[in-house]
Design a protein around this ligand. Structure first.
Ligand code: DGL
Length: 269
């Protein structure tokens, strides 16, 4: 297999990273992708950094047995603990934090930015650190409002994207942003793009919502990878999980609609 034929791996704690895969698969229609969701150990968002790091290392060790040209960590909680690592045994390694922070910086005119995420992501403060570093490099100021939203992942996994309970929870987490003159909000968790419409209603149409998948497409377009030529045979989207869950299949159908993909295979890590 030549490097151009090798797949791009997208790793997540479970189901939500399919939102990142969806953006990438549409943004790079001739590339092969292999998705690994660690559904057996989901969620990562309430675990300690040491435990998340251990899980990431184990998953990455498994991914290295496949024929890959890059590894993308779609999970924000996992990205937060491997932030400075850019290569993995010679393979380029990408996390969602830097692309998301860079896109938020560009989108914001008043440099008042909010980020929502799991407990783990917010506790690590990775988005705040990146945004402050960006501001400092340009001699500017930035105000970052970071909000942990732990109840949202289970609501999304129930499929409650448009539901009064979800709306209420979102209101409880986000309504204070209205008073803070925030113009950009990073949806810093794989699941939140599925709530984009509901989030937009709470924070108002004037707030730009940053999607990690879209940010990653922009980053990858500038990456030096061995791309498959346009006339290549059809690409493959392969889905791997560490546990078989009917929920995975249901959400995969919803998130990857319009894309060709195989049924999820269960793997032992
Ligand atoms: N994938 C996780 C993230 O983006 C959310 C789910 C979890 O807590 O594992 O932070």
């Amino acid at each position: 297999v030549s490097a151009a034929e090798d797949a791009i791996a997208v790793f997540d704690s479970g189901i939500g990273g399919l939102t990142v895969l969806s953006s990438l698969a549409r943004g790079f229609p001739q590339e092969n992708f292999v998705y690994l969701g660690d559904t057996a150990r989901l969620p990562y968002g309430d675990k300690s950094p040491a435990t998340i790091l251990k899980y990431v290392q184990q998953n990455v060790r498994f991914l290295k047995t496949l024929s890959l040209k890059a590894v993308i960590i779609a999970c924000n909680s996992a990205s937060s603990v491997v932030l400075e690592q850019t290569r993995l045994d010679g393979l380029p390694l990408f996390n969602v934090i830097e692309p998301g922070a860079a896109l938020a910086w560009q989108s914001s005119t008043n440099k008042r930015i909010a980020v929502m995420g799991t407990q783990a992501t917010i506790r690590q403060g990775a988005y705040t650190t990146k945004l402050k570093a960006q501001a400092a490099a340009l001699g500017q100021d930035v105000h970052v409002e970071a909000i942990a939203c732990p109840l949202l992942v289970p609501l999304v996994e129930q499929g409650w994207f448009e539901d009064p309970i979800t709306n209420l929870v979102l209101y409880r987490y986000l309504h204070s942003l209205r008073q803070l003159d925030i113009d950009t909000l990073i949806m810093g968790c794989t699941h939140y793009p599925l709530l984009k419409a509901a989030i937009g209603r709470v924070v108002g149409a004037g707030v730009t919502l940053v999607h990690s998948g879209e940010a990653m497409v922009r980053t990858l377009k500038n990456a030096d990878l061995a791309w498959r030529p346009p006339a290549s045979p059809p690409r493959r989207l392969r889905l791997l999980t560490t546990d078989l869950s009917p929920q995975f299949h249901k959400l995969a159908q919803h998130i990857l609609h319009g894309l060709e993909f195989g049924g999820a295979e269960c793997v032992e890590i």
